[in-house]
Design a protein around this ligand. Structure first.
Ligand code: EZ4
Ligand code: CO
Length: 402
């Protein structure tokens, strides 16, 4: 069997997606997600200029060798653009292997370690009262785990508060929107939010919260400590993780569990965090961390240190990524939870998929491969639209982390 063609498909059914389609001489094809929010075209160029020409003629069954070829062989290792491109190839090759075998990917990865994949949804509101109502709505929809984000009094806007009820898309303008941030206002408000949520709903549901890289380690220690009575499932990205040692300081001060890694692209980004048990959940996912081949390696390392998986699953990760992640989640022994932000109807129509949601759990389905396809005719009706993630400034105008 040989790879005869590989094409990059860019479409925007509500938001931009980059998809790699790898075709073979016996008619089987595989799909991989290559979407990098706000930087889509750089991955398209990397794939088209540097990856696709080297793929043609290779045996698609040689997944590990092809992964190593594009990782080691590039000389310039790692980075989100390179690793998203490698992930797309890797995902497409696993998809082909599954289709050839007639098996869903979780079967190739050792079978089911659980019956279903617990997912968390995003409840968010412009203020405390609206956020409480939204959490109630997610409980009604059957979710067992719910992330709560709220507008902060005194801040015009913040991360995680959607304009639309069920869908959240932060990449809103061709040139980045500027937001304003105040750590003091946030630290004052955040514990009040979770106090109110536990007072109203009790402790039956898992509650999660995303800090989105906005605190210093010592501030994160303080917040984690003040949230302890409300027993969060996790606090996410308390501080930027380039400095992995910074998490030692957070750990000295709080037992609120920590999840990190949605922006990671290799195992080295999490090496100290995992081996020193500085985090509880690793959020790296298929598309930005080198595909299933590399993510499974990260999960194996994490398993040695009691770190569980909590794959990123925002709307900018395409259904192809979601279907692959669900196969990974079902099979991996140290799974924790899977993020699930619903895609729009337009996106779901462009990417017909086997996965389903039922009472707080998701199931990848039993279609061979990852179980997600693309309707190319429909995709062509939604051309690419430039969109960037926002940036953040402090009240004095200094740049901050968004
Ligand atoms: O801001 O995926 O936990 N989820 C998140 C996301 C990220 C976006 C960035 O593209 O932090 O909402
Ligand atoms: Co996040």
């Amino acid at each position: 069997m040989k790879i005869t063609a590989a094409r990059v498909i860019v479409c925007c059914p509500g938001r931009n997606f980059v998809t790699l389609k790898v075709e073979t001489d016996d008619g089987v094809y595989g799909l991989g997600d290559a979407t990098l929010n706000g930087r889509e075209k750089s991955v398209v160029a990397y794939l088209e200029e540097h990856v696709v020409p080297a793929l043609i003629g290779r045996d698609p069954a040689q997944i590990e060798d092809i992964w190593q070829y594009f990782y080691r062989g590039a000389y310039w290792r790692r980075g989100p653009v390179t690793m998203s491109a490698i992930a797309a190839v890797d995902t497409a090759l696993w998809d082909i292997k599954g289709k050839v075998a007639g098996l869903p990917l979780y079967q190739l990865w050792g079978g089911k370690s659980r019956n279903g994949v617990m997912v968390y949804g995003h409840a968010n509101g412009k203020d405390l009262a609206e956020t409480i109502d939204e959490v109630a709505r997610y409980i009604d929809m059957g979710y067992k785990a719910i992330r709560a984000q709220s507008g902060v009094p005194g801040l015009a806007s913040t991360y995680g508060v959607a304009k639309d009820r069920l869908f959240y898309e932060p990449a809103d303008a061709a040139l980045a929107t500027e937001n304003m941030w105040s750590t003091a206002k946030y630290l004052d408000f955040c514990p009040k939010l979770f106090e109110a949520l536990r007072a109203r709903f009790g402790f039956e549901h898992h509650l999660l919260h995303d800090i989105h890289h906005r605190l210093t380690p010592i501030e994160a220690g303080l917040l984690g400590k003040s949230l302890e009575p409300y027993r969060l499932f996790w606090m996410e990205d308390p501080t930027p993780a380039e400095n992995q040692e910074g998490f030692r300081l957070i750990r000295q001060h709080t037992v609120t569990p920590i999840a990190v890694g949605e922006v990671f692209n290799t195992i080295y980004d999490a090496q100290a965090l995992i081996t020193e048990q500085l985090i509880d959940y690793i959020r790296a996912t298929i598309v930005h961390a080198g595909g299933p081949t590399h993510l499974r390696r990260i999960a194996s390392l994490a398993d040695l240190y009691h770190v569980r998986t909590g794959c990123h699953g925002a709307t900018d990760l395409s259904p192809v990524c979601m279907g692959t992640a669900l196969n990974f989640d079902l099979s991996v022994p140290n799974f924790g939870v899977q993020e699930y932000m619903r895609h729009t109807e337009e996106t779901d129509a462009v990417f017909p998929h086997a996965y389903t949601f039922e009472r707080g759990y998701m199931y990848p389905g039993d279609a061979p491969g990852h179980g997600v396809d693309i309707d190319e005719k429909l995709a062509a009706k939604y051309p690419y639209r430039p969109a960037s993630l926002p940036v953040n400034r402090l009240e004095d105008g200094a740049m901050w982390n968004w």
